[in-house]
Write a protein that binds this ligand. Structure first.
Ligand SMILES: [Zn+2]
Length: 229
């Protein structure tokens, strides 16, 4: 089987989303990219997770054209393809309809950095995209979802903020590989849940200071990171 390691990693990331309670039925999808080989590996469309095996993971080229696979790729493939083209530093993409992150997306609200759990992973608010226009929805909807994300990140660094809320829809997360993307999707859901409770308890909560945000983010990331072994 070609690209066996990447297929296994993509399968494992998809199963991790299920184990962590981010995915109902077959909602949600994870993909990984091998930029040297010029291929993307993504979950097949509509295959139950308990029957999914590495050979079911669909391989496409960098434009999303399926390469020797009998199964259809996830219907969200075009969003993944665009994110890989525009965010050259990422190696994995995850999309779920996890409950709390989706609630913020449906409300059209960014998630403010209310505490250090958020600051450890997202250096600023988790942004929300603009609503898609009728034309965007009617023509190439899945691709345009990616366009809305890229547009929102014109002034943001996708490494410092590894996720987004698509307005009226749900979150996307990414990372250096597909495992990191799944990890960020799980953290995003936890942060969204905590933020929901914080906002409920105190709607005017100002959140962490820039100093605390920087302290926590740079403790884990960047040249001066001190966290871990
Ligand atoms: Zn979706």
């Amino acid at each position: 089987m070609r690209f066996e390691k990447l297929r296994r990693d993509v399968l494992e990331a998809n199963l991790e989303l299920v184990r962590r309670g981010l995915v109902l039925y077959t909602f949600g999808n994870a993909s990984g990219i091998d930029r040297d080989a010029g291929i993307i590996a993504i979950k097949p469309s509509g295959v139950p997770y308990d029957q999914m095996a590495p050979e079911h993971i669909v391989i496409t080229d960098l434009d999303g054209n399926t390469l020797d696979s009998k199964l259809k790729p996830s219907s969200d493939l075009a969003t993944h393809v665009l994110l890989y083209k525009e965010f050259s530093t990422i190696g994995g993409v995850v999309h779920t309809h996890s409950e709390y992150a989706t609630a913020w997306a449906q409300a059209g609200m960014e998630i403010p950095p209310y505490g250090t759990t958020h600051a450890d992973y997202f250096h600023g608010p988790v942004p929300v995209t603009a609503e898609l226009t009728a034309d965007q929805i009617n023509i190439e909807y899945v691709h345009e979802t990616g366009v809305a994300i890229v547009e929102r990140f014109r002034t943001l660094d996708p490494v410092a903020v590894p996720g987004v809320l698509v307005a009226g829809h749900a979150p996307f997360a990414w990372g250096k590989d597909v495992a990191a993307a799944a990890y960020h999707a799980v953290v995003l859901e936890a942060v969204a849940r905590m933020a929901f409770y914080t906002h409920t308890l105190r709607p005017d909560c100002k959140g962490v200071s820039q100093t605390l945000l920087d302290r926590h983010y740079f403790r884990k990331h960047g040249a001066k990171a001190t966290y871990g072994q």
